[in-house]
Write a protein that binds this ligand. Structure first.
Ligand code: ZN
Length: 282
């Protein structure tokens, strides 16, 4: 497959607010998007709630920003029914928030093992059942649920859905209203990735998002050492080609967790480099 031409501009870029988590509040993120020609935003719920959900909905609308996603909810596995119910209650709040701000999808992290448990199969079952129950609610609110498989290093504590294959299986099982978020950082290593992206593409609308950053060598922290696009080893244009060949033409979210580098820089400097790399690398 030939590689896509660079976009040359930011017309499909979305700012995931985690990228400037330490520098900017939500209002500053919106201003930053406007200054740097970024037409979409994907807020995290902490920033959203700190600003006020209704207020944020107006802020996005007044500034013509598309909300490509809302991060995040899920974490379904728990040792008892009360714990599982608590997780679902929070998920429903997140669905309401996503509806209020018109988010194109709600990012769902499966969550890891139930506390105190070593039973991964049991956790998988609780994720499936939790998703099924949440999906009923999300459908009535007209909010798409996007399962984001995370790198297997997070299986114990953040997400026990670690491959696109597993996410596709869940979507096949659960039906309409649920899809996948494809994050290059989490999935680039998977030899079945191309096949599973193509499989997702056979269901129109299943691919709900495409997230970019880069895998640094060495990676110094499991959570907060992601690279800027182009600074690592992920062949992002190849992955973007697969996703677009599968029919995805939505926003591409820049999502960089970087405690020791990008979070320590001026927010505008981060945006300048991110928009340049968006054009030259992706
Ligand atoms: Zn992501």
């Amino acid at each position: 497959m030939s590689r896509p031409e660079p976009l040359g501009n930011t017309r499909r870029m979305s700012l995931n607010t985690a990228t400037v988590r330490e520098q900017w509040n939500l209002e500053q993120c919106v201003d930053g998007c406007l200054r740097h020609g970024v037409p979409a935003i994907s807020p995290w719920r902490d920033k959203l709630q700190a600003f006020g959900v209704q207020r944020a909905a107006r802020l996005f609308a007044d500034n013509g920003l598309t909300v490509s996603g809302l991060c995040r909810a899920g974490f379904f596995a728990a040792p008892d029914a009360a714990g599982r119910q608590k997780a679902l209650d929070d998920c429903r709040i997140a669905v309401d928030e996503a509806a209020e701000i018109g988010a194109q999808s709600l990012c769902i992290l499966a969550g890891g093992l139930a506390e105190g448990s070593k039973d991964l199969g049991d956790a998988h079952g609780m994720v499936r059942d939790g998703l099924a129950e949440l999906l009923d609610y999300a459908r009535t609110a007209d909010v798409n649920l996007g399962i984001e498989p995370l790198h297997p290093m997070y299986a114990a504590d953040r997400a026990c859905v670690n491959t696109l294959r597993h996410a596709n299986d869940l979507c096949d099982d659960l039906g309409d209203g649920i899809g996948v978020l494809i994050d290059v950082y989490h999935l680039w290593w998977d030899p079945q990735l191309a096949m599973e992206i193509a499989r997702a593409g056979r269901h129109p609308g299943r691919i709900l998002g495409f997230h970019v950053s880069d895998w640094l060598v060495p990676t110094r922290d499991l959570l907060t050492d992601r690279g800027m696009m182009g600074d690592g080893v992920i062949d992002i244009p190849r992955l973007r080609g697969w996703v677009e060949f599968a029919g995805y033409d939505g926003y591409i979210e820049v999502e960089i967790f970087s405690a020791e580098n990008w979070w320590k820089r001026d927010g505008d400097d981060v945006m300048t480099v991110a928009t340049q790399r968006f054009a030259s690398v992706i």
